[in-house]
Write a protein that binds this ligand. Structure first.
Ligand code: GLP
Length: 261
């Protein structure tokens, strides 16, 4: 696990966008794993700027989102399918239908989850997965207690996550759906490169467990310690509880320019 501590979200966006740009130049039909939430927004903004400038294209790329609320109407602004379109997909040049998400309105939820797993598998898996992290250590919507071997499925959201996400629902926690569909931890672990972004003090406990804690279903993101290629991009506030913070900083500073994340 590589831990990179940067000054702010803009720098984080630049470093992650560099990795995605390199991937796209090597593999124009790359499969990207897209996350919602505020953490990846600076990445998306930087990718949009590079696409506008003609430096990169998503014309042959595909995308899969991590998760979706169950039961939000198709036109609801906070439905993750609509969120990712608004913040990223519609702003670049993906081909129509190139980005998919789990179907939170499916009549047969287990079948929809299995179909989603098959769709990811059919394109050869995710090359690069962007991740945020919840204050309770969830990735995607894999809440504490999630099986470390889980696949795409329905989950009940914790009260903490619903409180955290109430800001998107007029600060009314009761308006936040109670259930979601999410790629499982084992699904996420199959992506070839994982880039997790966390900023702000509220994430520092989850980041501490993610990087330096014991692997446990209680802090689901800790499963990433078993992945061979994870990059954790943090600001100072999110890194404040890390024991080996000086080591992470020195290691990154000493890295040659040509060696990406
Ligand atoms: C949400 C999403 C996650 C996201 C997390 C953190 O509940 N399901 O994919 O990583 O919460 O969100 P944010 O980046 O806004 O803090």
């Amino acid at each position: 696990m590589e831990v990179v501590i940067l000054a702010d979200a803009t720098q984080i966006g630049g470093v992650a966008a560099d990795a995605i740009s390199i991937l796209l130049s090597r593999k124009p039909d790359a499969v990207l794993g897209l996350a919602t939430g505020s953490s990846p927004l600076a990445i998306y903004d930087e990718l949009v700027a590079r696409c506008d400038a003609g430096l990169i294209t998503f014309g042959q790329a595909r995308g899969f989102t991590l998760d979706e609320y169950v039961g939000l109407p198709a036109d609801h602004a906070e439905r993750y399918r609509n969120v990712i379109d608004r913040v990223f997909v519609s702003r670049v040049d993906f081909a129509p239908g190139a980005v998919q998400g789990p179907d939170g309105l499916a009549a047969d939820i287990p079948a929809a989850c299995a179909a989603y797993e098959n769709a990811i598998r059919a394109v050869g898996g995710v090359d690069l997965q962007i991740l945020g992290i919840g204050t309770d250590g969830h990735i995607g919507f894999n809440e504490p207690g999630s099986s470390l071997a889980s696949r795409t499925r329905i989950k009940t959201l914790t009260r903490q996550t619903r409180v955290d996400n109430a800001r998107f629902f007029g600060d009314d926690v009761e308006s936040v759906p109670t259930h979601c569909l999410t790629q499982g931890l084992a699904t996420i672990m199959e992506a070839r490169h994982l880039i997790l972004v966390a900023t702000g003090r509220s994430k520092s406990e989850a980041v501490h467990h993610l990087v330096e804690g014991a692997v446990s279903a209680l802090w689901p993101a800790t499963i990433l310690q078993h992945h061979p290629h994870v990059t954790v991009l943090l600001d100072d506030a999110a890194a404040r509880r890390l024991q080996l913070v000086d080591y992470y900083r020195e290691t990154y500073l000493a890295k040659p320019d040509w060696q990406g994340i």
